[in-house]
Design a protein around this ligand. Structure first.
Ligand code: SF4
Length: 755
């Protein structure tokens, strides 16, 4: 059911030929990352050596995974492609829309009631188009993927940044925006800039209180939150092979926190053990036959400096348990005295109020068993819990097995709250306060990945520190940020001094994994009869209608906004409370560009309506232009549309009637998203022309009927006093993308081809 062994065998069967061909064209031994990339070229056998960090390359991923928040718009778009089935194996996972409040059973009931229309929609679309559906409570997307779908040497994309978690099982797994996922679902190639490569050599061995989490916390300290940008991080060395597969997953997971494209490890015995333990012996057998292709060539690891763009070496035997934070995952401090001093100097609350264990980062059986060994010691040694403890298991399979093996009972004896197998407190879905904005300053420790302000509980005053599950448990029991379990004593209920022994645990359940209902729903073989129902009165979901082509006659267009300075996709389509409307294009369009700064008055969401001369919010003013049938343009500064790849930032202006976005420069993904939505994304040939644009300007495109690759477009800018400037605009549209523009969107074109 869950995984497709024939697909995996197909990937392996072509590996030798393609990797050998790649080695020839590259002219030197290959890293694992290169082997996987070259084996997934859209065009088949490699004939060119790509330049890392420069060439854009088309790939053919093996799988797609979507989570419930991002899947809504992705699937609404896919429905427009006119396909009867997704082109590559795809799964949808309901995990983000579940609050953590009263405990698993009550919280799941509540989520199923509050978000039923979204879950029902996702389930019916999945059923119709051959998509595997994991219902609410089944688990967190990345843990479920690791348990069921990830395989060594595979390539997957997912509409979530922590898709990279699957690198723990030797994949190249990359988080993408919904638009990219839709392309691949519809049978198109997926484009990626050929990544740079960072090698991390792990020597020594983890022991005692150090855990895989400490490896990535250390890497984050070294590389910072930006150091991995545009690169795949490939881990190798004896320290890597000695680590569990789920531990490797933890390290790859938090590669997102250093901005890495993804991270991966070579195939080894820990992966084989994990595959066999999760009932995928056939994948392990198939992988064993192509072992040498599932790790780098031996020359690479012998002389990594010659093959990677950057090499880092970490001796695991010298690594200490770390706490990273608050407010950023790269601020690293060794547990204990040093943390105490830093907390004092920075006025971070020393008392820890909560410890949270779980999330997609650290919710494996091994994580829970090691943390429970500390909890068990607290019980055995008579130590009272000082902070509160919350656990969210990564999947129903992990939860069921951990319950069977008495692990959850240990936590429960310490009054821990067991939350749903879902994201919960990791994504601001922790109903900790009734009024989070005004909640008090406090510290928490968690084993999650992100810790920026408000991430867990919406309270800007919560100082969140990231640590391994075992250290999180120890600090929650001690209730102090400066607690060092290796040296510090606690006073038990008898008034005696006691110390923790080192954590212990099982890499994999000794009695094997077990689960009654894993929460998976297989789609029907032929879903053509399945009705996808969306209530037309729904606030949260809206079926899309194809965009009408903008055409080649744009005359008399008005300026909607000239954005000043940084304008990220978050300024264009804000997150926070708007996430609720992700599946409803018209409703979410009420946040369109409300975060962009108006260059004429330095205010946000306050632009001139040229029809009335009055000022109003961007979406309101734009809706009035649309009503009058007037096209508009948006002008922007450098790197317009940087940040998350969310497609809403392109769909909203398109939906509201913006025809063109003209900027000094684009963030590439956003530029592509504009193209996909059938809009004009253009740049000033002369950057200083940005300054020519005035608040009351009207625009005429003079030669859009000659729109062609590598040919500038000409724009006449008519100022309020009647004077005119004629300026040149550059673009990067190729023939295919111009066809998208002419069709109204890329999906319109695909639908027309399928009709
Ligand atoms: Fe994202 Fe947290 Fe959910 Fe992981 S657990 S997928 S990081 S929200």
């Amino acid at each position: 059911m869950a995984f497709d062994i024939e697909m995996i065998k197909g990937v392996y069967s072509r590996m030798a030929e393609r990797v050998d061909a790649a080695r020839k064209v590259v002219g030197k031994p290959l890293t694992l990352s290169e082997k996987i990339l070259y084996n997934h070229l859209w065009d088949g056998n490699p004939t060119t050596a790509f330049t890392r960090g420069k060439d854009y390359v088309d790939f053919a991923p093996d799988r797609i995974a979507c989570q419930d928040a991002t899947a809504q718009m992705a699937l609404l778009q896919f429905m427009q492609a006119g396909k009867s089935k997704v082109a590559v194996p795809t799964t949808v996972h309901c995990d983000h829309l579940i609050q953590a409040k009263d405990g698993a059973a009550a919280d799941l009931r509540q989520a199923n009631s509050v978000s039923s229309e979204v879950f029902n929609f996702l389930e019916s679309v999945s059923n119709k188009y051959g998509i595997g559906f994991w219902k609410p409570g089944a688990g967190i997307i990345h843990q479920v993927v690791l348990e069921n779908y990830a395989f060594p040497g595979g390539m997957m994309i997912g509409t979530d940044s922590h898709t990279v978690n699957a690198g723990g099982l030797g994949m190249v797994a990359i988080g993408v925006g919904g638009a990219d996922a839709v392309d691949v679902m519809a049978g198109m190639a997926w484009e990626l800039k050929f990544p740079k490569l960072i090698g991390v050599k792990l020597t020594g061995k983890l022991s005692g209180w150090t855990a895989p989490k400490d490896v990535i916390l250390k890497v984050a300290e070294i590389l910072t939150v930006k150091g991995g940008t545009g690169a795949i991080v490939e881990y190798f060395g004896p320290g890597a092979t000695a680590m569990s597969c789920t531990g490797k997953g933890t390290i790859c997971n938090m590669g997102a926190e250093i901005g890495a494209t993804t991270s991966t490890f070579g195939y080894d015995e820990s992966m084989e053990r994990y595959l066999r333990s999760t009932e995928r012996a056939d994948v392990a057998d198939a992988a064993n036959k192509v072992k040498e292709y599932l790790t780098a060539d031996p020359e690479v690891y012998a002389n990594p400096e010659q093959y990677f763009d950057q090499v880092i070496e970490i001796n695991l035997s010298e690594l200490n348990p770390l706490l990273n934070g608050p407010f950023t995952p790269d601020l690293s401090t060794p547990a204990g005295k040093e943390m105490g001093e830093k907390a004092k100097a920075n006025d971070w609350p020393i008392v820890v109020e909560w410890g949270l264990i779980g999330s997609c980062t650290n919710s494996s059986y091994e994580d829970l068993s090691r943390a429970s060994s500390i909890a068990q010691q607290a019980i055995d040694k008579g130590v009272k819990m000082k902070a509160e403890l919350g656990i969210n298991p990564g999947s129903e399979q992990v939860r069921y097995t951990a319950e069977r093996d008495g692990i959850l009972e240990v936590f429960e004896k310490l009054d821990a709250k067991i939350f749903t197998n879902a994201c919960g407190p990791c994504i601001g879905q922790w109903a900790r306060y009734s009024d989070p904005k005004n909640a008090p300053k406090n510290s928490i420790v968690h084993s999650f990945n992100r810790n920026f302000a408000k991430r867990a509980d919406g309270n800007p005053n919560t100082h969140a520190f990231v640590a391994s599950p075992e250290l999180t448990a120890a600090i929650a029991i001690a209730g102090r940020l400066d607690f060092n379990p290796m040296t510090d004593k606690l006073i038990n209920e008898e008034g005696e001094e006691v110390m923790f022994d080192e954590p212990t645990g099982w890499e994999l359940p000794p009695k094997g994994f077990e689960v009654k209902d894993n929460g998976y729903i297989e789609p029907e073989a032929d879903g053509s009869h399945v009705q996808v129902i969306v209530d037309p009165k729904s606030e949260r979901l809206q079926l899309l209608t194809p965009f009408t082509p903008i055409g080649d006659d744009i005359k008399g267009a008005k300026l909607l906004i000239k954005a000043f300075g940084k304008c990220t996709t978050d300024h264009i389509s804000m997150a926070g409370p708007w996430l609720r409307f992700r599946g409803h294009l018209d409703n979410i369009s009420n946040n369109c560009l409300i975060g962009a700064v108006n260059a004429y008055n330095q205010q946000t969401n306050f632009v001139k309506n040229q029809l009335t001369g009055e000022y109003g919010g961007v979406p309101d003013v734009q809706r009035q232009y649309k009503k009058e049938g007037i096209k508009t343009i948006v002008v922007g500064d450098h790197n317009y549309g940087e940040g998350s790849s969310r497609e809403h930032a392109a769909m909203e202006p398109r939906h509201l009637g913006v025809a063109a976005v003209i900027v000094k420069s684009f963030a590439r993904i956003h530029e592509t998203n504009l193209k996909k939505q059938g809009m004009l994304g253009l740049t000033f040939a002369n950057e200083s022309d940005y300054d020519l644009i005035q608040e009351d300007d009207t625009f005429n495109f003079l030669d859009l009927n000659e729109f062609a690759p590598d040919k500038q477009l000409t724009l006449e800018v008519v100022h309020a006093n009647g004077s005119k400037d004629v300026i040149k605009l550059n673009h990067t549209y190729n023939e295919a993308q111009i066809a998208w523009y002419k069709a109204g969107s890329a999906l319109n074109l695909i639908a027309a081809e399928n009709a």
